[in-house]
Design a protein around this ligand. Structure first.
Ligand code: ADP
Ligand code: MG
Length: 632
């Protein structure tokens, strides 16, 4: 019957071997999820066939009723999951069931620690998929035939280092997966158990999931008649697409289970929003905010997008046209009434309907986040996972800039904690009387930010400053110049104008100091020459002797480093050196003789640059100068 030709044994990709071991070890207590994963794949395979058959009916042959079947054999200890979906070619089998073709896999595996619970979470985040079959099986056989090929393929493995692959005859298209259960997993070869699992995890799958029901005829006395078994197939899941059903009838558990199917995630979503829209634009959307970041979130070209249906027919996974990049963490389904069934990725880009859907779904997502923000704890979970992505919003989506701004969270001198949990609205509500601007500081890390000399005057006056310490922050702020009609001001740039809050006396005193110190400033400028744009008396410092500031329109240090790393040539910027006349070092400078004066002035400049997180071009000379001064 089976003419196995071209049999060969192949090794799993190293990453698969690692993943298999870790998964079996850490997912033991969740092992029932194997069934969900296999049904999910079977349903996807049916969706794909339905899509390919849209313009080629003949693919169905005489079997157009797509379905998933689950059978078991308690004696043999096997469970079989079968579908009449698209099937796989030999190459696809080798690719899909022998490798992990996702970028970042090696990095992901490195994060695993061997600690069961932690790893279980991480692996869930990675997506367990087909390989989860090995949590319950010591052997798996896959028989499959791609709909457009004549040759069937059999894949067989014990989940150790390798798998066998051979050509087989397989008259029916689609895929059959036979799990040979491990001794301690034989409990799954049980009709009630399987039925229960299907209802728990796969109720929402649109394709019917069927199980055999064996019935026997009875004689007149009510005894079973030997050999009279008839098998009927019973659909055990709900088998309607979840998003088509009325909201009121869908339980939270069903929403969560569906999320796991569409998002290939393992843990619960934070929130979701299910909407049917009628009118000029007709669509149904079911959007989810995941509870944690997938491992490849930061790769802007990584997997993203919604699952697209048109009139309930699956069209494609990862349709990225429906949401902007900065919302790439959103998961879910969009089912449009208006899109044509044979739309391709290329056509999607040009379809005006898609733009309308995009702006509607963007708005919907931002509203969901706004609602989520009312629950501080959940929102913090969201922010920790996706805040850095959302920060791309103001640059990417001008129209929704204000909405995104409401959703941002920062560290601040209000709490002096590295946790980013302060909103701009909160800042505004705490503004001092007379304060008209929102102040922020950008640094490379939280400590560098919270210890920056630029904060001295603000701390003294009790004015709050947002402490921005993510790589993307300066870029964010270059696109977010206003909030609630208040400008956002970098405290390390420009001529800090706290005048609005300084009293008259203070102002007068400052002017007088500036006048009195004019000769000193002149002398420092001469000593430093071209290295600085200007030397002036500070309004910022109370404890430090000096700081460097940039002109208002100069690019900040963080952004410079980003651009330099990207190989962008940048014009040189010269800092402004500000001196604190109250400080002992500055008084010493004033009375220093010429030779010491130069050294001292340079040290002040270099130190100010270091405090800023900047790099000295000639650190060795700085150290020499300092040592000279210290030992004299
Ligand atoms: P994912 O479903 O997240 O892509 P899986 O490990 O579950 O990852 O499956 C890997 C791939 O194997 C699928 O993307 C699909 O191409 C293929 N595959 C798995 N099961 C089937 C099936 N029953 N029919 C057709 N292809 C399948
Ligand atoms: Mg899968």
């Amino acid at each position: 019957m089976t003419t196995a030709t071209q049999a060969e044994t192949m090794g799993f990709q190293t990453e698969v071997k690692q993943l298999l071991q870790l998964m079996i070890h850490s997912l033991y207590s969740n092992r029932e999820i194997f069934l969900r994963e296999l049904i999910s794949n079977a349903a996807d395979a049916c969706d794909k066939l339905r899509y390919e058959a849209l313009d080629n009916d003949a693919l169905y042959g005489n079997d157009s009723e797509l379905r998933v079947e689950i059978e078991h054999d308690a004696e043999a200890g096997t469970v079989t999951v079968r579908d009449n979906g698209i099937g796989m070619s030999r190459d696809e089998v080798i690719q899909n069931l022998g490798t992990i073709a996702r970028s970042g896999t090696a990095e992901f595996l490195q994060q695993l620690s061997g600690e069961k619970q932690k790893d279980a979470k991480l692996i869930g985040q990675f997506g367990v998929g087909f390989y989860s079959g090995f949590i319950v099986s010591d052997e798996i056989t896959v028989r499959t035939r791609r709909v457009d090929q004549e040759q069937g393929v059999e894949w067989h493995s014990r989940g150790e280092g390798e798998f066998d692959i051979a050509d087989i005859d397989k008259p029916e298209r689609g895929t059959e997966i036979v799990l040979h259960l491990k001794e301690d997993a034989k409990e799954f070869a049980d009709a009630e158990r399987l039925k229960h699992l299907v209802r728990t995890y796969s109720d929402h799958i649109e394709v019917p999931v069927r199980m055999p029901k064996v019935e026997k005829a009875h004689d007149e006395e009510g005894n079973e008649i030997e050999g009279s078994e008839t098998v009927t197939w019973e659909t055990v899941n709900e088998a309607t697409a979840l998003w088509v059903r009325p909201k009121e009838e869908i339980s939270d558990d069903e929403y969560k289970a569906f999320y796991k199917h569409v998002a290939h995630d393992f843990s619960d979503p934070l929130t979701w929003s299910h909407n049917k829209v009628e009118g000029t634009l007709e669509y149904t959307s079911l959007l989810y905010v995941p509870g944690r970041a997938p491992f490849d979130l930061n790769q802007r070209e990584g997997v993203r997008g919604l699952k697209l249906y048109a009139q309930r027919v699956f069209i494609m996974d990862d349709a990225e046209q429906f949401l902007p990049l900065y919302l790439r963490f959103m998961k879910g389904v969009v089912d449009s009434k208006d899109l044509s069934l044979n739309i391709s990725r290329e056509l999607l880009q040009k379809d005006p309907q898609v733009d309308k859907l995009k702006s509607a779904l963007t708005k919907r997502s931002l509203d969901m986040l706004k609602k989520l923000a009312k629950d501080e704890e959940s929102y913090q979970t969201f922010w920790n996972a996706f805040g850095n992505v959302l920060k791309e919003g103001p640059a990417e989506d001008f129209a929704n800039r204000d909405k995104v701004a409401e959703l941002l969270r920062f560290s601040s001198t209000h709490t002096d904690s590295a946790t980013q949990d302060q909103s701009l609205a909160g800042y505004v509500s705490r503004m001092k009387e007379g304060q008209q601007k929102i102040y922020y500081l950008v640094a490379d890390g939280f400590n560098a930010a919270s210890h920056s000399p630029h904060l001295e005057i603000f701390r003294k006056k009790g004015i709050e400053v947002l402490l921005l310490h993510d790589r993307i922050d300066e870029w964010l702020m270059s696109h977010l110049t206003e909030y609630d009609s208040k400008s956002l001001v970098d405290v390390a740039k420009g001529d800090l104008d706290l005048d609005e809050m300084a009293d008259e006396e203070e102002k007068k005193a400052q002017e007088e100091t500036a006048k009195a110190k004019a000769p000193l400033l002149e002398r420092v400028k001469t000593a430093l020459g071209d290295e600085v744009q200007e030397v002036r008396i500070t309004h910022r410092l109370t404890d430090s002797p000096a700081c460097v500031v940039l002109s208002e329109h100069d690019m900040g240090y963080q952004m410079r480093r980003l651009m330099e790393a990207a190989g962008q040539p940048l014009p040189e910027v010269k800092p402004i050196l500000e001196l604190n006349p109250e400080h002992g070092l500055v008084t010493r400078l004033e009375s220093a003789d010429d030779s010491r004066f130069d050294d001292l002035a340079r040290i002040l400049l270099d130190q100010a640059i270091i405090a800023e997180g900047g790099h000295l071009e000639d650190p060795a000379t700085y150290v020499q100068r300092l040592n000279k001064l210290l030992s004299s």
